[in-house]
Design a protein. Structure first.
Length: 178
């Protein structure tokens, strides 16, 4: 996987394209928003800190271990959020999916639309066999979305991570390419 392998994808309402340096302020807007980061693994309090995330996207591509898309509306090109994979293992044909939307776009089924397109691409073009999702217990919105996308709940890793000085539990979901 390389930056040239991150295709431009379109759905009825969305444009999905490679995250670039020009998206820095939009990524900061999302990953500093209290509602977005409530259950997200990273958070940033300054645009300078967000450079870490931008470097992470770039390094995933360089290493061939992932790819992320920005999500924009077709009609206005308004930035909505991001979706992608990381921890891609070619030998096992497995990766982890992640996603987030700005709150003003919640409840419009945009993430389902984006995820269906990305999953179709991953299964048909990358020949991914297994897609995993790790969801903090209590994140009902992500859990509901994954169920709508036919991900199966596989179990809970209790007290497996520390967030804000507290142990948190993580639910594991997976979708198999059959």
């Amino acid at each position: 996987m390389s930056s040239s392998s991150i295709p431009h994808l379109k759905t009825e309402r969305l444009i999905l394209s490679r995250i670039t340096k020009q998206d820095h302020s939009n990524i900061f807007k999302g990953l500093s928003h209290p509602e977005v980061i409530k259950f997200y693994g990273v958070q940033y309090s300054s645009i300078e800190e967000t450079s870490e995330q931008m470097n992470w996207y770039e390094n995933l591509e360089k290493a061939g271990s992932g790819m992320w898309w920005k999500i924009e509306l077709n009609d206005s090109e308004a930035f909505c959020g991001a979706i992608g994979i990381n921890d891609y293992h070619n030998e096992h044909q497995r990766a982890e999916i992640g996603f987030w939307l700005l709150p003003e776009h919640w409840g419009k089924r945009l993430m389902i639309e984006a995820a269906e397109k990305v999953i179709e691409y991953l299964f048909e073009n990358i020949n991914l066999h297994r897609l995993e999702a790790y969801v903090e217990v209590g994140n009902q919105n992500s859990a509901k979305l994954l169920k709508k996308l036919d991900f199966a709940f596989e179990g809970c890793m209790r007290d497996c991570e520390v967030k804000n000085g507290e142990y948190i539990s993580i639910d594991i979901y997976a979708l198999i390419n059959s």
